[in-house]
Each structure stands twice: as structure tokens, then as C-alpha cells.
Design a protein around this ligand. Structure first.
Ligand SMILES: [Zn+2]
Length: 430
């Protein structure tokens, strides 16, 4: 890695060598296409998000990317975000009798509706919670989904993976009792910090985003104060210092934001924990309390890994394209020196594939050219098999990022790589 920040490449420059994503004017700006190697990274990030969510007791749900305009009017997004949303799609009134009579009673009244691409996943998750009644004893309920949401960014601001119109977000909504809020916020904060640690991404500070005097915030002063206290408790329980930022809250509640500052001094929020008393009111979300009464549930929005687009751009830039083994599209280039070692090379490739690892066999051309090609692709490991190595059941392996090189038994290489992959280690333990 080059220590001089001026020589560091941004993710769009790295993408020229790495083929992670493509953009095409015909597809539309801000709508990147994930190429095969990009899809591997996306898949690994998705798996990380699912593992972290599962470890915290979140359950997966799947909800649609579009919904009736009325859904987002109910949530408040329409009033606050309409100009950042794509224009509604009118479903039209249709010819008389066509829609109303063909459908069940449930579809009556659908004609003339408008559908919008969702600007957030929360309203759908509120409806998932509401799909059945809940008792105080089954809370908290944590719903996880890694799903797209949409933002009608102007074409002038769109750039690579960092500003896009479809955002694939790792998103969880917790529905809990008021007495569980601080614990849930703390759990979410710890998980978000853990995700960034696994990814090797720096968090510069944790921001406690509060409201200011503006009248645009929803909810009572009492709710805001209670939520602020809960977030402060959560942060101190996690041993995290916060910086207060009035005016940075979401319109429905205060939040903890994981902040990073890039080399150009631009600040960005990479994950958040938000307390929300407002959506539960708007969607009438409740639970049956111990005394038989119905009580209002509290919603905690938790972002852990972040958006697939932003995280991919961030890790590419952080590692200058040479990703840790668990995240790298190709984990090792396997290079037989001559055709006599093809069988040994294929044996190694098969052993790696059997363990769920991602080797790339490159048999043709001069050894020097193949090593240069592997370095251009920023592959973490290069394994060369000559006649001496093949005879001994070994490979000559080079760990490019660690600057380690040596001969190792095939079985030991497979085990070391598997260990790094399964533990999502920053480096291979040789
Ligand atoms: Zn949300």
C-alpha cells in the first residue's frame, strides 16, 4: 500500500483493473451493474450482514421495493422526502370493470393508485410487525433485510458506487418495549462497530445526532428527551464517547451515527442507530402488556454493515484493491510452471474449491507475465507449482500484502486459507 495519500487510487480508478462494476448510459446513470467479481464482494458483505444480524437475534424478512404512495404518506416520508423520491407511477383508472371485477374484494379501490419506489425500508417493516398481534413477552422482535431503496439523485452528483440511485442497504428494525430501548440501541451500536472492525474500516467518531429548534421534527419533547437519554446510556454501556450534533437527527428521532472523514475532509455517516417513537404512532404499532392493555411499541432502526455500494467503494479504497482473503473475488492465483505441473495445480484448485474457497488457475504464458497479471488484479495470494514443489506435494506461496513467501504443503495452504476465510481475518496466519 502506498503511504502517500496523493498516490492512492479511488474506487473508480481501481475498478479499471479490477472490473467490479460497470456503468452504461443505456442502463441509466447512478445505476451500476455489478460484474461477476463485484457480485462476489456483494455476496460476502451480504453474508457478513446476515451473520451479524443472526447473532443478535434478528430474523430475515423480504419486502417489495415499491409500495403505494399512501404508505409513504403514512410514514411521513412523502412530506419530508418527496423531492428525493422518483415520481410516482400512476396505475391509472383502467377500463371500467377491468381491475375491480377481476380481483378479489381486496383489490377493489386499487385503480387510480400511485406506486412509488421506496425511499426507505422502515414502512414495510412496520407492516410486517403489524401483520399479527404481539405480547410483551415476545419482544423485542428484530426484522432484518438487505434490500434496495431508491433516491432520485440529480445526475450531476452521481459517481461510481459512492453516489447511486439504488442503494442496497443492510437494514434492521427492532420493535421493543420502552424499557428495552437502551439495551437494543447498545446492541446495535456494538454490532455496527464490530462490522466496521471486521471490514477494516476506520470509524472516526460516534455522533449523537439531536434535533434543533426547527419545527420540522415529529413527536413530543418528552419522547425526544427519553430517546436521547437511551442513546447516551447505550453509548456509555458500549464504552463509546459521543459528540453531540444538534440538527442532525432524523425527522422522527435522535440517532447515533458512525462517522468517517475522508482525505478531502468530507464527512460521511456509515452506519446508524435510531430511536423512533413516531413510526409506531403513525402505523399504530402496539403490543399486549402484562396487565392486558395495549401499549405503544418503540422502533429502533439499526444499520450495521451499511450500504453495499458505499462499503464496497470504501474497502476498495482502504486496501487499494487488494482485499482481505475472505472478501477477495479471487483468493489465490494458481500458477503451474510448466504443463508437467498441470495435474498438481488442478489438484490444488479442486482442494480449494471443495472448501468453498476461490482459486483462479492461470496456466498459460510466461511465469513472469502471470505473476504480473495476478498483481495487477490485486489477488491476495500467488501459488506457484514447479517440478520440485509438485514432487513434494507443496506449493511456493506468496502473500502479497504481508510480504511473506515460502514453500508450504498443499494441505497446510488449504487449511491456512480456510482459517482466514471462515474467521474473516485481516490476514492469513502462516
Ligand atoms: Zn429504518
Amino acid at each position: 500500500m502506498n503511504p502517500d495519500p496523493a498516490d492512492r487510487l479511488d474506487h473508480r480508478e481501481l475498478n479499471r483493473d479490477l472490473a467490479i462494476f460497470a456503468t452504461d448510459p443505456l442502463a441509466g446513470s447512478g445505476l451500476p451493474l455489478w460484474l461477476p467479481d463485484g457480485a462476489v464482494i456483494f455476496g460476502e458483505l451480504e453474508r457478513l450482514a446476515a451473520d451479524l444480524a443472526k447473532a443478535d437475534g434478528c430474523v430475515p424478512v423480504k419486502t417489495p421495493v415499491l409500495g403505494k404512495r399512501a404508505l409513504f404518506e403514512r410514514s411521513g416520508h412523502w412530506a419530508k422526502f418527496a423531492e428525493d423520491m422518483f415520481p410516482p407511477m400512476s396505475m391509472g383508472a383502467g377500463p371500467a370493470g377491468s381491475e375491480g371485477s377481476a380481483g378479489s374484494a381486496g383489490s377493489a379501490g386499487e385503480s387510480g393508485d400511485e406506486l412509488v419506489l421506496r425511499p426507505a425500508n422502515c414502512p414495510h417493516h412496520a407492516l410486517v410487525y403489524k401483520a399479527r398481534q404481539h405480547s410483551y413477552r415476545e419482544l423485542p422482535i428484530r426484522l432484518h433485510e438487505l434490500a434496495p431503496m431508491f433516491r432520485a439523485e440529480r445526475s450531476g452528483v452521481l459517481s461510481g458506487l459512492s453516489r447511486v440511485r439504488q442503494i442496497n442497504l443492510d437494514d434492521t428494525h427492532v420493535f421493543c418495549r420502552p424499557d428495552q430501548v437502551a439495551d437494543e440501541a447498545g446492541k446495535a451500536l456494538v454490532s455496527a462497530l464490530r462490522a466496521q472492525e471486521i471490514l477494516g474500516l476506520r470509524v472516526d467518531y460516534v455522533r449523537l445526532s439531536l434535533r434543533d429548534d426547527s419545527p420540522s421534527y415529529l413527536g413530543s419533547a418528552e419522547q425526544w428527551d427519553g430517546a436521547e437519554v437511551a442513546l447516551q446510556k447505550a453509548a456509555s454501556a458500549a464504552g463509546v464517547a459521543t459528540v453531540e450534533a444538534p440538527g442532525e437527527a432524523a425527522f422522527y428521532g435522535p440517532k447515533l451515527d458512525l462517522q468517517v472523514i475522508d482525505s478531502a475532509g468530507r464527512e460521511e455517516t456509515i452506519a446508524t442507530v435510531q430511536i423512533d417513537f413516531n413510526q409506531p404512532e403513525r402505523f399504530d404499532l402496539s403490543y399486549d402488556a402484562a396487565d392486558g392493555s395495549r401499549r405503544r411499541v418503540v422502533m429502533v432502526h439499526r444499520g450495521t454493515v451499511g450500504s453495499m455500494e458505499r462499503v464496497t467503494a470504501a474497502v476498495l479504497e482502504r486496501y487499494q484493491g487488494r482485499l482481505p482473503l475472505w472478501l477477495a473475488p479471487t483468493q489465490v492465483a494458481v500458477l503451474p510452471v510448466s504443463p508437467a505441473q498441470d495435474q498438481a495445480a488442478r489438484g490444488l484448485v479442486d482442494a480449494l474449491l471443495a472448501e468453498g474457497l476461490r482459486p483462479r488457475l492461470d496456466p498459460d504464458g510466461s511465469l513472469g507475465a502471470r505473476i504480473r497479471e495476478s498483481r495487477r488484479r490485486r489477488e491476495p495470494l500467488i501459488a506457484v507449482i514447479g517440478s520440485a514443489e509438485a514432487d513434494a506435494g507443496e506449493v511456493q506461496v506468496r502473500d502479497v500484502a504481508a510480504g511473506v513467501e515460502g514453500r508450504i504443503l498443499v494441505a497446510d495452504l488449504v487449511a491456512a486459507m480456510k482459517g482466514a476465510y471462515v474467521s474473516r481475518a485481516a490476514g492469513v496466519a502462516w
